[in-house]
Each structure stands twice: as C-alpha cells, then as structure tokens.
Design a binder for this molecule. Structure first.
Ligand code: NDP
Ligand code: BG6
Length: 496
C-alpha cells in the first residue's frame, strides 16, 4: 500500500562507501531540494569507519558538491538537510550493532509523531547482505511496531541462480516479499520508463510490435570507460554478470512484454516475468553460436591512449574475464516467435551509448529497385543515453529531377522538448521505495530466472580454455561481433 506523506527513517549500511557518496546522497539531496521527500525524515549512515555525525555531514556535503545533479543552493537549505543526517559507527557483521542501532533510531525518532517507517538500504559489498538480513531479523528490526519496514538490496543479486536463490531464501526468512526492493538502476532511468509510455500510451506502434513487422531487435549498452577502480570486483563479475543479467535483460523485458492490465507493480512485474519464461533456453552445446565474449586490449578512447584490461589495477595479468558480451536470444511466444534479440554490452567501446533498435522488415516488394538508394528498411531507435530520444528512419526522395532515395530520420529529443536535466535513476527509485511502489524493482523469481537463462553461458565460458577474443579499446568490440549478427540474414549492428 503506497504511503506518501508519512515520516520515515532511511538506514544505509555501508554509508562510508562509494555508492553512498556518488549516488545515494546526491539523489536524496535532489529529492529534498525539490521538496519531494515526505517529512519529517532522518537518514542514518552505518559503517565501520569511525567518524562523528558532524564529520559524516561534512563528507556528504562534499559528495553532493562533487557528484550532485542539484547543488546545495544555499547554506540554509543545506543546514536543514544536514540536520536530518546521522552516523553510527559499527560493523554490519556484528550482531551487537543491531540493538545499538535500535536504540539510536528510537532516540532520533523520539518526539516525531506518526508511524515508525523504516527503510534499510544494503550499500555494502554483497557478501554482507546475509549477515545484515539475519541480524535485522534477530534484533526484531525487520518488523516495525507500527508503520512499514522495507529493505533495498543492491546489485549484484547473487553470482548465479544458486546464490540468488539462497539470498532470496535468506531474505524470505526475515522479510515478506512486499518488503523487499531489489534495485536495478536502469529501471529508474527516465528513458527506460519511457519505453513503457512509448509502447502503451501510443496506439500506432503496438500493431507493428511483433514478428509480422519486426525483423530483429538490438539492445546495446556500450561504455567508453574501463573498469576504473573496480578491477577486483569486475574480475569476479565480468560483463555477463555485471550488465547482461540485470540491466540488458530488464530492458529486453520492457521491449518484449505484453501490455499489463494497469501500471502497477503486480501486473507489470508479472508480464516481465512471462518474457523471461518465454526466452528459449540456451543449449549448452550451442553456446558458441548464441554468445560471444571479448576482452579489451590497449587502444585509444576519445583520443587518449588507454591500457588494456589485463593492465588495470586489481586485474590478473592472465585474466580471462570478459569485458564484452553479446547474446542472441529468442522469445518463444506468439508475438516474437522467430525474431532474434541481439544484446551487447562492453567496456572501453567506441562511445558511451545505450539504445534499442527495432529493425523492421523489408517492404514485401520494392518498386524502386532500379533507382539508386541508400535507404534500407525502416528502423526505430529508442535512445536511453546520452541524448535521450526516439528516432524513426524512413526512406525519402532526394529533391531533384531523378528518383534517388535516401534515409531520413524523424528525430525527437527529450532534452529539446522538455528542457532541463532528467532526474537521476536513484532519485526515482529511492522515492518509490519510500512510497512503497515496487513497480520498478525486480521480483525475486525474475532475478533467479535471469540467472538461469545465462547459466549455460557462464558454465561454458568457465570451462572453455579457448583464447578470449581481444578487441582494441575504442573499437566496437571483437571483430567476431560483426559476423555474430550478419550470420542472420545479413543484418549489421547499428554503431552510432
Ligand atoms: P564499497 O566497496 O565502497 O563498500 C561500501 C562500504 O561497505 C565501505 O565503505 C565499507 O565501509 C563497508 N565494507 C566494505 N567491506 C566490508 C567488510 N568486509 N565488512 C564490513 N563492512 C565493509 O562499495 P560500493 O559503495 O561501491 O557499493 C556498495 C554496493 O552497491 C555493492 O553491492 C555494489 O555492487 C553496489 N553498486 C555500487 C555502485 C557504485 O557506483 N559504487 C553501482 C551499482 C551498484 P567501512 O569500511 O567504513 O565499514
Ligand atoms: C553498473 C555496473 O551496474 O552500471 C557498472 O556495475 C556500469 O559496471 C554501470 O558502469 C553503468 O551504469 P550507467 O548508468 O552509467 O549506464
């Protein structure tokens, strides 16, 4: 049941860390500055680092100045926000911390009228989630006296289907499913949410959105950055776990799902789950045909020389971790039978771009076959970032006495129409968790199913000793990526 105007306390485990600094605190401040947070509220940071509440407030201000979309506009607004921040040093692994936390929270919430609403946020390394959940349960912090208690769990949610199932079981021992918010920040991005509006608030595209008109679909999440400071984490993860299992499969679900009955958590999540259930299981013996990996070598990105993956800090010199992954999936249902979905993601690619290409079929008969044409079949590009927008490419006649065809693009940019900067994904997602709206959060069985889809690929890649294709940093991935897609009917990746 959404709760909108009630007081709440947000408790962040791992509050001295990178996520809190870069994402959570800037998002919370932006929400506060826009007066969208229900008041009164308190934000309690918990981590092992010894520091006072004053020191925590100072650090959080620096973080907002460095990473915030919305800057502290005046000392008065900052001072008011800072008064809501508190810090409790302690190790989330230590059961002794939790009775202390309970007393700390009671002290902060004393004198505040309204129900005792609490949102716990696991912003620690995932290896700590089990302990946090168990100790919250043991200290009776998982159920409020009145009001609601919820928990946000960060990605990665497990390492494979077994570990995801174990984490779901552990959560279920302490929390009810409706209390659990599994975050995927891609779902909080404005343009990802817009996919649903585009599909289901416009009547003209839905009749085309199926196997009769669509030849294939491409989903690209390309990054120009390398692994930066996260080499150690990335060595364990790789592109398939880090991006494909969550962000790209979520986007695929939004593109492929049937219209939900309403835009509410239960029907939306139900339809997304049905898409995963319809994905054709990958045959262990056919992994090489439907999955491709690669690792970046040295090269030039945006004119600057960059080192190869194996030279990055925290990475083994003989690492076999993939920094590029591509998949060819089929959604075996009435709507999508026979339509390939090509998914690719990678680090140190030519540019940062996330987009979806709906490639329509060729016209059944081309009457302009004898005329010079640079125009191919229509395609629709849904650009997630940057330059969020929608572009439809159609064929047009080039002005002049002769009949020459050329592609032209009908281009719509959100920035140009609506202006301003869209809110950060974490703003939307934090607010939803506070309001009790789980529509944009992943359901437990969705996560397990997503892992199960990738299991044969993870296994085949783990066992294979074939050399990993290397691609030059700043390129569009390993050369094999081109044949990976052209093998099917002569199509090509759209490299914007
Ligand atoms: P950090 O590595 O910065 O860890 C967060 C905090 O957890 C640290 O400041 C540390 O605080 C505490 N911590 C670390 N190790 C231990 C330990 N062994 N025992 C107890 N406490 C420990 O992680 P991030 O902030 O980068 O990420 C947090 C979570 O968010 C992870 O699950 C990550 O995958 C996810 N995530 C992060 C993103 C990002 O941009 N950083 C993006 C998307 C997801 P202290 O030493 O003070 O106890
Ligand atoms: C995170 C991954 O989930 O998403 C990172 O762990 C990746 O490796 C990031 O860089 C990309 O997010 P965005 O919002 O920058 O596209």
């Amino acid at each position: 049941m959404p709760s909108v105007d009630e007081p709440f306390t947000l408790i962040i485990f791992g509050a001295s860390g990178d996520l809190t600094r870069r994402k959570l605190m800037p998002a919370l401040f932006a929400l506060y500055a826009a007066r969208t947070l229900p008041e009164p509220f308190a934000i309690v940071g918990v981590a092992r680092t010894e520091m006072s509440t004053d020191e925590f407030r100072r650090r959080m201000r620096d973080a907002i100045v460095e990473f915030g979309r919305v800057q502290p506009p005046s000392d008065i607004v900052w001072e008011r926000f800072a008064r809501t921040l508190f810090y409790l040093p302690g190790n989330p692994k230590d059961p002794e911390l939790y009775p202390r936390l309970q007393r700390f929270l009671e002290e902060i919430e004393r004198g505040r009228s309204g129900p005792e609403n609490r949102l716990f946020y696991c912003a620690t390394p995932p290896s700590l989630y089990d302990d946090i959940v168990e100790h919250l349960g043991a200290a009776r912090l998982a159920r409020g006296r009145d009001g609601w208690t919820r928990i946000v769990v960060e990605k990665p949610f497990g390492q494979d289907d077994d570990t995801a199932r174990a984490l779901n079981r552990q959560l279920a021992r302490v929390f009810r499913e409706e209390q659990i918010y599994r975050i995927d920040h891609y779902l909080g991005k404005e343009t990802v949410q817009n996919l649903l509006v585009f599909r289901f608030a416009n009547g003209i595209f839905e009749p085309l959105w199926n196997r009769n008109h669509v030849a294939h679909i491409q989903i690209t999440v390309a990054e120009s950055i390398g692994v930066e400071t996260r080499g150690a984490y990335y060595e364990e993860a790789g592109a398939l776990r880090d991006m494909m299992q969550n962000h790209l499969l979520q986007v695929l679900c939004l593109i492929a799902m049937e219209p939900p009955v309403t835009f509410d958590a239960a029907p939306v999540r139900e339809e997304k789950n049905k898409v995963l259930q319809a994905i054709r299981p990958i045959d262990r013996t056919q992994v090489a045909e439907v999955a491709l990996r690669g690792q970046y070598g040295p090269g030039f990105v945006e004119g600057k020389h960059v080192v190869g993956y194996r030279e990055e800090k925290g990475v083994a010199r003989d690492s076999r971790t993939e920094t590029y992954a591509a998949l060819k999936l089929f959604v075996d249902n009435w709507r999508w039978a026979g339509v390939p979905f090509y998914l690719r993601t990678g680090k140190r690619l030519a540019k940062r771009v996330s987009e979806i290409v709906i490639q329509f079929r060729r016209t059944p008969h081309m009457i302009f076959r004898r005329q010079p044409t640079g125009a191919g079949p229509n395609h629709l590009v849904l650009r997630i970032q940057p330059g969020e927008g929608i572009a439809l490419t159609v064929a047009a006649k080039v002005p002049g006495p002769e009949l020459h065809l050329a592609p032209v693009t009908l281009d719509f940019r959100y920035g140009e129409v609506f202006g301003g900067q869209p809110p950060e994904a974490y703003e939307r997602l934090l607010l939803d968790a506070i309001h009790g709206d789980a529509t944009l959060y992943a359901r437990g069985d969705w996560v397990e199913q997503a892992w199960a889809i990738l299991a044969p690929v993870l296994e085949a890649w783990r066992e294979s000793d074939a050399p990993l294709p290397v691609y030059e940093a700043g390129s569009w991935g390993p050369p094999e990526a081109d044949t990976f897609i052209t093998g099917w009917d002569g199509w090509a990746w759209r490299n914007p």
